[in-house]
Design a binder for this molecule. Structure first.
Ligand SMILES: [Fe+2]
Length: 384
């Protein structure tokens, strides 16, 4: 037993506990030099599990590391090769990402492009914003805007129709100012709303800095997703020129609720856009549903961003890529803050099935929709 580069200690795993907290996969083991912590018998299991995880629903069997028992693959991808001039290095990383996208729809990235200082500043901005009075925050009520920007109060959003509301508050923005690409006749047209700088100095600047950094990370990942789909690397470039990405600052108060309760941090849902880049603080609480319907903790790993695929991508890839249900329950006893950025295609792009994802034996599964219409329809359902 030993410790991975990312600090996960294998010795902490309870082999008798069904609820493993495993951001593991065979690639991660390989990348972290399995021989340093696994004996020969373990390495055999790891090799066997590579096949097992890819086939996903094969009968489970005992394994010391138990990720086969979880039937979930949360892959830790070091993004360093993404910046390489070597096509082979980028291809290898894209293959790794494809495995995660096809099998699970969730993975972690390290060595990403969002500076730690930008993250810390944005989290501090979120804390200052949510500490404002309810009256002040409600001046920016998301329901008062036509394009779903602004403040969402506790329980004002309900992502799971079986629940009674989500126990978080949020603040949403989209493209801002001169970079605002959303045409005024588009389904999500309109700008952002901001609190006055006098009551929360520097808030807008700090949040927009994070927005731009996260957007850059999305643009770094896009060519890798294209390669993963056997497309030319710039396939998404002209479809994400005016990225209509939505950023949310989220605050989850602590709660003692059980998952079966009708009010949790955020109910089970899938995301709407192509992919989500999530910064989560150290509180934990994010859970991902595996192929057996069980909820697996996606534990915070310092220095990483969680990437999960959304429904736009699932539709666009004819379900080649998985959009996986997830939820959050903040049982840490302290305030939880997270910042997802939902990276979507330009709103005027038609989500026609990508050519490498359809065939005579795998015909298109979804009607073609315009991206902006699709996102708007999902937001309307959430805030109705
Ligand atoms: Fe989500």
């Amino acid at each position: 037993m030993g410790k991975l580069d990312n600090g996960i200690n294998f010795g902490e795993l309870d082999l008798e506990d069904d609820r493993n907290r495993l951001p593991l996969n065979p690639h991660l083991l390989r990348a972290s030099n399995a021989s340093s912590f696994a004996d020969a018998e373990d390495r055999e299991y790891i090799r066997a599990d590579t096949n097992h995880v890819r086939s996903f629903n094969k009968p489970q069997r005992k394994c010391r590391f138990k990720f086969s028992l979880c039937n979930i693959l949360l892959c830790d991808s070091d993004l360093t090769p993404a910046y390489s001039s070597s096509p082979e290095a980028r291809r290898e990383l894209a293959d790794l990402i494809r495995d995660a996208c096809v099998n699970v729809g969730f993975f972690y990235v390290s060595n990403h492009t969002i500076p730690e200082q930008v993250i810390n500043t944005a989290i501090d901005a979120a804390k200052r914003f949510f500490a404002l009075s309810t009256e002040e925050k409600m001046r920016l009520d998301i329901h008062a805007t036509t394009n779903y920007k602004g403040y969402t109060a506790l329980l004002a959003e309900n992502t799971d129709p079986n629940n009674a509301g989500d126990l978080h508050e949020g603040f949403d923005i989209g493209p801002e100012g001169s970079s605002d690409p959303v045409k005024m006749d588009a389904p999500m047209a309109g700008g952002n709303v901001w609190p006055p700088d006098e009551i929360i100095p520097g808030f807008k600047k700090d949040v927009l800095k994070y927005y731009e950094s996260a957007l850059n990370l999305g643009r770094t990942l896009s060519p890798l997703f294209a390669l993963a789909l056997d497309l030319e690397e710039d396939f998404f470039t002209d479809k994400t020129r005016n990225s209509a990405a939505i950023l949310r600052l989220l605050h989850y108060p602590p709660q003692e609720a059980k998952p079966a309760d009708k009010v949790i941090g955020i109910g089970a849902h899938t995301d709407y856009e192509c992919f989500t880049l999530l910064y989560q603080d150290a509180s934990g609480g994010l859970q991902v549903q595996n192929a057996d319907g069980r909820w697996i903790d996606a534990v915070p790993i310092p220095g990483t961003i969680v990437v999960n695929l959304g429904d736009q991508f699932a539709r666009w890839t004819n379900d080649t890529f998985k959009s996986t249900p997830h939820r959050a329950i903040n049982s840490s006893g302290s305030e939880r803050y997270s910042i997802p950025l939902f990276f979507g295609t330009d709103y005027e792009v038609l989500l026609e099935p990508i050519r490498t994802c359809v065939s005579e034996t795998n015909p298109p599964k979804y009607p073609v929709v315009k991206a902006g219409d699709y996102v708007r329809s999902r937001l309307e359902a959430t805030y109705q």
